[in-house]
Ligand binder design. Structure first.
Ligand SMILES: NC(=O)c1ccc[n+]([C@@H]2O[C@H](COP(=O)([O-])OP(=O)(O)OC[C@H]3O[C@@H](n4cnc5c(N)ncnc54)[C@H](OP(=O)(O)O)[C@@H]3O)[C@@H](O)[C@H]2O)c1
Length: 259
């Protein structure tokens, strides 16, 4: 990344986005951090400014409102903030029966997980193409590789994102923009930014730390982009389900998903 360029990370105030921000600050990247809640966002931005010789901009924004991605890109452009790396990370997953989950909340998820990504990518690309090294990391999920009953709309948003991102990677290859499609499995959640939240023992081995996932994503980015499924178990499960007839997969997943 050029010294005057910034990495824009959506959903940067906790979880995976926070881990991206920490690692990139350690690597001396200037940052634009985006999230809705101002207090944790600004506290984290101050912490990074104190710890690293980088510029950190904190922007409070709800990306699930239509047009928010475009408005953010225009704000950055008029403020003279060039973006060299876009990390489309903000997202959430609703679980439960489709008909029991509220429609507005499901549509909010579609707008955040998909519409905001398309808007931001579309709006920032012209500026990125004018600069030297460029990259996009789209945070999808292993949930996008198969239909997941009881997380039906969520798995569909991640299927959209994975497909969009892998296709875009090929379109942008010749223009020198590296695109990483990052598909993590389950992640450890941190409490108060520190201790790892305990997980049920039978599932413990499938959980990864956000830091492991970020390191893997940045390694793939440095190698020119591509699909990243961090963790041997996740890689295996994504591969293994391709050997099962497609109409059987949702039935098997429904049993696990409902449990
Ligand atoms: N956690 C997992 O096990 C897992 C597994 C696979 C994939 N993923 C994907 O990884 C990404 C990050 O997940 P995570 O678990 O790290 O999330 P998280 O801990 O819930 O953090 C979400 C971040 O996004 C921000 N955010 C939420 N809604 C927003 C909105 N409407 N506009 C702007 N910012 C918003 C949150 O801050 P505010 O609430 O203040 O806005 C927060 O900074 C998501 O795309 C998720 O689907 C997660």
């Amino acid at each position: 990344m050029k010294n005057d360029g910034f990495a824009l990370i959506t959903g940067a105030s906790r979880g995976l986005g926070m881990a991206f921000a920490r690692t990139l600050a350690q690597r001396h990247c200037n940052l634009v951090l985006v999230a809705r809640s101002p207090e944790p966002l600004h506290a984290f931005a101050n912490e990074l400014r104190r710890a690293h010789p980088v510029s950190v901009l904190a922007i409070q924004r709800d990306l699930s409102t239509g047009g928010a991605g475009q408005v953010l890109a225009e704000q950055l452009s008029s403020g003279g903030i060039p973006i060299d790396l876009l990390v489309n990370n903000a997202g959430f997953g609703l679980r439960g029966e489709f008909r029991a989950n509220s429609l507005p909340r499901q549509l909010e998820m579609l707008r955040l997980n998909n519409q905001a990504v398309v808007e931001l990518t579309y709006s920032l690309l012209p500026g990125m193409l004018e600069r030297g090294q460029k990259g996009i990391i789209n945070v999808s999920s292993t949930a996008g590789f198969q239909p997941i009953p009881f997380a039906s709309a969520y798995s569909a948003t991640k299927a959209f994102l994975t497909t969009f991102s892998l296709a875009l990677e090929q379109e942008l290859r010749a223009a020198g923009v590296s695109v990483v499609t990052l598909c993590p499995g389950r992640l450890h959640k941190k409490q108060n930014g520190n201790a790892v939240q305990p997980v049920k023992e039978k599932w413990a081995s499938i959980y990864q730390s956000p830091e492991q996932v970020v390191d893997e994503a940045l390694r793939v980015l440095a190698n020119g982009g591509g699909l990243s499924v961090p963790g041997a178990l996740n890689k295996f499960s994504v591969f293994a389900q391709r050997l099962i007839p497609r109409k059987i997969v949702p039935r098997l997943v429904a049993k696990l998903s409902r449990a």
